[in-house]
Design a protein around this ligand. Sequence first.
Ligand code: M6R
Length: 607
Amino acid sequence: MCGIVGYIGDKEVLPILIDGLKRLEYRGYDSAGVAILGEDLKVVKTQGRIKALEERLKDEDLKGNLGVGHTRWATHGAPNNVNAHPHYSESKNIVVVHNGIIENYLELKKMLVKEGHDFRSETDTEVIAYLIEEFYEGDLLEAVKKAYEMLEGSYAIAVMSKDQKDCFVVVRKDSPLIVGLGKGENFIASDIPAILTYTREIIILENGDIVKITKDDVSVWDANGNSVKRPVQQVQWNVEDAKKGGFKHFMLKEIFDEPTVIKEAMRGRIKNGSFEIPELEQISVDYLKNIRQIFFVACGTAYHAGVVGKYLAEKYLKLPVQVEVASEFRYRDPMIDGRTLLFVISQSGETTDTLAALRLGKKKGAKTIGIVNVVGSSVAREVDNVVYVHAGPEIAVASTKAYVAQVEVVALVLLYFAKKLGLLSVENEKALVSEFFALPEKAQAILDRSNEIAEFASTTKTIEETFYIGRNLDYALSLEGALKLKEISYVHAEGYPAGELKHGPLALVTPQSLIIAIDTYAPLRKKTLSNIKEVKARQGRVLAIATKGYSEIEEVADKTFYVPQTIDDLSPVISVIPLQLIAYYIAESRGLDIDKPRNLAKSVTVE
Ligand code: M6R
């Protein structure tokens, strides 16, 4: 996720770009840059936040009335000065800013290198600029249209040409982009807050739209090349609301981002109906056959993603698997050797304990794979192989969308290894692949019913403590559900194996207890149902999260929230959503500071 802003009109463009970029910084902040077309087409960019860019601009005299700016969240290539956007074409006549991923950029890059072109950066973006230049014959729009036909993936781009001082061209495919309308001036942006100071009239572009923007005109062509008119909308939000996409908190916005996050996490990882992880291609079958044990090491929510990994790895790879909290692992003497595969999971990639655990594992000879969100972070740099989850920046302290992406990517990696080892039948792979593709829609279906959860949460004011119970993967989810609730609502919550409740915690169950029973794992459904009955016999209040169609549960639970049917092993990706929502709405009904809960920090860089 990156931020794009652009302007064409009569005003000096630089202050407009800087102001817009500051408002988009929540979308990415590892580097930033601007391109301005004045006498010349000039790019200034730098690693770091917008402040660093402003410092850098003090030495420049950038004047012009047409320009684009970019704040980056790295996906391809480390966050540094060279990989920062905007990117020039080879001759420096074309400039591109880009948000999203070009899936076939390696193929395109190889083709262009073969033709004798020299690249400067490691990004997928540069390929776009070079490709447009290849097609450019004096008409920027036509060149962009031709390049667009060759680009696969999800992206929004804005393009300027040194020879066309009266326009820029933008494309929107799966990544957001809006056009802001002014009088004798027009704007583009990844998101509304960037331009809200200047205009409230916007056009939300559709997927596949290509748009030519001059100061007096906005012309749109749809994915089929037809000239179309898109409706103009009036924005009612204030700037602060707009940053959160109109949601009250970043946490809620991030939960609602999850259908897109699920799509992004699998992008390029399922090819021709088969699991492929390009980042792990060089791991050989011989190496995989030689592995004797697997570890998942992480902290907090990432640790809970590891618990899901344990269940899946045992099932699909038939190996002993351990999942460890990094702060414990690092001070033990774990039995690790060269035949150990160590997965390290981290959203930030900077968690001190996780980094120390990674270093210990490496020292003992394990091969390490990082499942990481922040590109170029310490964990990403130090592991042998990194697979990014592409969840985009997570602002709320409580991790939500990163968990969804972590669980999904862990599953994709394990299924890819199982396939390589001949442990995944063709029919099984086919069924799993088609279910992966169905997940975004199923996640959306859950979000569309978030009001049911909000209503239930408003009835929980007297609850003093909460138990989350489940079996197998539902148990893994119960741990995450409980963590979410306690960190933002300050209600005591515990995740417990459903079958273990009667070995102690049942003594605590009273009418003031809320029991959230997760019962989506079909093979153990009936067993969990019996545990719910045990709770009901002690007057505990039960909210059940169950698979659609399992109506028996309604006779026992006080309230049932149904999640769509999916393959059991993929259920955590979507079944966590009602748990995140319940935590959110309970905290909201108590009027708490949801995005910045007391005593907690987003990135834990201390022991
Ligand atoms: O950045 P990391 O994934 O390494 O962070 C790990 C934990 O600190 C993090 O998941 C924490 O538990 C969150 N506050 C959970 O919502």
